[in-house]
Design a protein around this ligand. Structure first.
Ligand code: HEM
Length: 435
């Protein structure tokens, strides 16, 4: 505590040793380690499991500052180790310069141009018009879970595998305009990516390659038939092809990279929003009951603030994606050398007691909630309106249709996926009374 630290001779290292990061124990509950870092080493250089050394930024103020700092580039060529072939960053299995040229890997002015073009196609209006389809998909997945119980009195399911995982993949495929008959291929490829995200690379690389090939062909086909559909009825890929800015269009390669990043950025994140969100509710019965009552009363206010709180409390993106110092800079009193990677720990910043009252308490009514779960600055999540729509629909429908849904495992027995950037459960066994 403060008194002990004040009494320690100047220059003495902190009494406690830094906690071990990236172990299995850490993966299941990283929050105590992050609390330690926030207090003792808020900008902390550490070796990642890949061997690459990076700075972890854990306090809210510095996290927000770093996310908006133009000296921190998203382009891996600024990373000294990556540039020399030692570091491994980016999408597993993805080496193609074409697909790597997407929003999360580029800086202005390219980023500004591409983001403006995609924003013309991926509008809040397009997302709002998609609401009935998300509802239909959600209901279908719940119907399937109920049908599978074969009349048993007590139903059981793995909510990740049977619900949180398929919903976003079908939703994003539909939105992009991937024909229904091909969507199960995407489900398989995405399943490979999510299961082996931090593990063996071979299958992941093959899945990425297949997805890339498929998208390139689909974009080509859609470009050929663009004149045949009315603009108002068209899908997002056609919208991307058509979008123009001062007469400029996306090239086919840019459109493919964009479609790929929408899938990649919009898929596992949403799986985790639903998975982590439901898990947090099942572990906080009073909060869950409050939400269930308000949904039953047709009130959407608590659902709206509640989704934001679930994002803050245990969000899908634990660390923001890679950033690299383009020149020497100072952050939180630490000097960061040119070329050093910087990882902003969103999960730590969003539990910072200097920013949030009682940060470790889940409070669905929280209003002062400027969390960083969707990032901040020019790379702020482009898909936030879609994520909110899917999250709200999934949670409200589950709690309405399976009102007695409950956890069917001890929290200590649950396993979290081991990836560096994302935070999500491998599986979430639940029980319920089928309608
Ligand atoms: C960027 C979170 C869902 C598309 C980001 C970033 C975060 C984030 C933290 C910024 C990363 C950084 O600065 O390093 C989330 C969360 C989601 C979610 C928590 C779900 C709950 C989606 C969906 C889509 C999407 C559904 C699209 C379908 C994107 C894109 C970017 C992005 C394209 C890059 C934007 C840019 O660089 O300009 N997201 N996301 N996200 N997200 Fe999301």
């Amino acid at each position: 505590d403060d008194a002990t630290r004040a009494a320690a001779p100047a220059g003495c290292p902190a009494a406690e040793a830094a906690p071990e990061l990236f172990t299995w124990e850490f993966a299941s509950d990283p929050y105590p380690a992050y609390a330690w870092l926030r207090e003792h080493a808020p900008v902390h250089r550490t070796a990642l499991p890949s061997g690459v050394e990076a700075w972890l930024v854990t306090r809210y103020t510095e996290a927000r500052q770093a996310l908006a700092d133009a000296r921190l580039s998203k382009n891996p060529v600024h990373h000294s180790e990556a540039a020399h072939g030692k570091g491994k960053v980016g999408i597993p299995g993805e080496r193609s310069a074409n697909l790597m040229t997407h929003l999360l890997n580029i800086d202005p002015p390219d980023h500004t141009r591409l983001r403006r073009l995609v924003s013309k196609a991926f509008t809040p209006r397009r997302v709002a018009a998609f609401a009935p389809r998300v509802q239909e998909l959600t209901d279908r997945l719940i119907d399937d879970m109920i049908a599978k119980q074969g009349g048993a009195e007590c139903g059981a399911a793995d909510l990740i595998h049977e619900f949180a995982f398929p919903l976003p993949i079908y939703a994003i495929c539909d939105l992009l305009g991937v024909p229904r008959e091909d969507q199960d291929d995407f489900r398989d490829w995405a399943g490979m990516m999510i299961r082996h995200g931090g593990g063996p690379r071979g299958g992941v690389a093959r899945s990425v390659k297949k997805m890339r090939g498929y998208l390139a062909e689909l974009i080509h086909r859609k470009r050929e038939s663009l004149g045949e559909t009315a603009e108002a009825d068209e899908d997002l890929i056609s919208g991307l092809i058509r979008a123009s800015d001062h007469g400029e269009h996306l090239t086919e390669n840019e459109a493919a990279a964009m479609a790929f990043i929408l899938l990649f950025a919009g898929f596992e994140t949403t799986v985790n929003l639903i998975g982590n969100g439901i898990y947090a509710l099942l572990r906080h019965p009073a909060q869950r009951e409050l939400l269930q009552k308000s949904i039953a009363a047709g009130d959407t206010e608590l659902l709206t603030t509640g989704i934001e709180e679930l994002l803050r409390y245990d969000g899908p993106v634990e660390l923001a994606t890679w950033r690299f110092a383009t020149k020497e800079l100072t952050l939180g009193g630490q000097t960061i050398a040119e070329g050093d990677p910087v990882l902003v720990v969103l999960a730590a910043a969003d539990r910072d007691p200097a920013r949030f009252a009682e940060p470790d308490v889940l409070d669905l009514t929280r209003r002062d909630n400027q969390h960083l779960g969707y990032g901040h600055g020019i790379h702020y999540c482009l898909g936030a309106p879609l994520a909110r729509l899917e999250g709200q629909t999934a949670l409200a429908t589950l709690l309405t249709r399976l009102p007695d849904i409950r956890l069917a495992a001890e929290p200590d027995d649950l396993r979290w996926r081991g990836g560096l950037i994302m935070r999500g459960l491998r599986s979430l066994p639940v029980e319920f009374t089928p309608e």
